[in-house]
Design a binder for this molecule. Structure first.
Ligand SMILES: [Zn+2]
Length: 243
């Protein structure tokens, strides 16, 4: 086993509370494009002269609901958890206190069976009415003649429970994330460039022993000292731990 993988394994074994802080790079091996990578959705949108910060924003949803909900999408296979999601869930099931904080909205940690997951940017599992807050399953939402999902009660727009540009993360989730990072002994930052908030600020709540970064390129962690940097894919790294 690679010495860095061995080191990571030791850190995990030694720690009482592990926080796995993940971003888009955790799901790329499940076939989900990293918005900021070359083959990602961002690039695709940019090619069509659509600025993702515009069309994935609250403002755009409210002003152009028809376009927001009917943007042509490449059909993608239903994503499945990869070795990162699966290994973390397996460790938790074996009794390790591993707490996931994710910037992804794909629900793959839960799909792998992980119990402790905080979703900073919300999720796609349920949609809700922007007028009355009634909650719907995405596939049961009725659409009007312009194909805009509507709540039958007040005709409010029904939308995914994800945090769009121009919106703040859920306060409860944010507070719990702060507490969770503060309590951890080991912080594993994986597949994230840490360029956006709240991620950028949150990591500085860490007061524990070790910090590990797993990413395909170096990232700026500011004043937070990194003990171990593993350059590479997150899924592959966790697969190697297993072997
Ligand atoms: Zn409603």
């Amino acid at each position: 086993m690679d010495s860095k993988i061995l080191q990571l394994k030791d850190y995990i074994d030694e720690a009482e509370i592990v926080v796995f802080f993940g971003g888009a790079g955790v799901s790329t091996e499940s076939g989900l494009p990293d918005y900021r990578s070359r083959n990602g959705q961002y690039t695709e949108m940019e090619e069509q002269n659509l600025d993702p910060k515009v069309i994935m924003s609250r403002k755009y949803l409210i002003e152009n609901p028809e376009a927001f909900f009917n943007r042509p999408k490449k059909s993608v296979a239903i994503p499945e958890p990869n070795d990162a999601h699966k290994t973390l869930a397996k460790m938790e099931q074996a009794g390790k206190d591993i707490r996931v904080i994710t910037q992804n909205v794909d629900g793959l940690h839960q799909k792998a069976g992980h119990r402790f997951v905080l979703e900073l940017h919300g999720h796609n599992r349920t949609w809700y009415c922007m007028e009355c807050s009634r909650v719907y399953e995405p596939e049961e939402v009725e659409r009007d003649e312009r194909h805009i999902p509507r709540c039958p009660i007040e005709q409010g727009i029904v939308r995914p429970s994800v945090v769009l540009f121009g919106e703040n993360p859920d306060k409860g989730v944010l507070e719990k994330s702060r507490e969770t990072i503060h309590k951890a002994d080991l912080l594993i930052i994986a597949g994230t460039s840490l360029t956006v908030n709240p991620a950028k600020n949150l990591i500085h709540r860490f007061k524990g022993k070790r910090v590990v970064v797993i990413n395909n390129e170096e990232i700026d962690t500011g004043k937070l000292k990194v003990d171990l940097y593993i350059e590479g894919k997150v899924g592959e790294t966790f697969k190697a731990i297993n072997e």
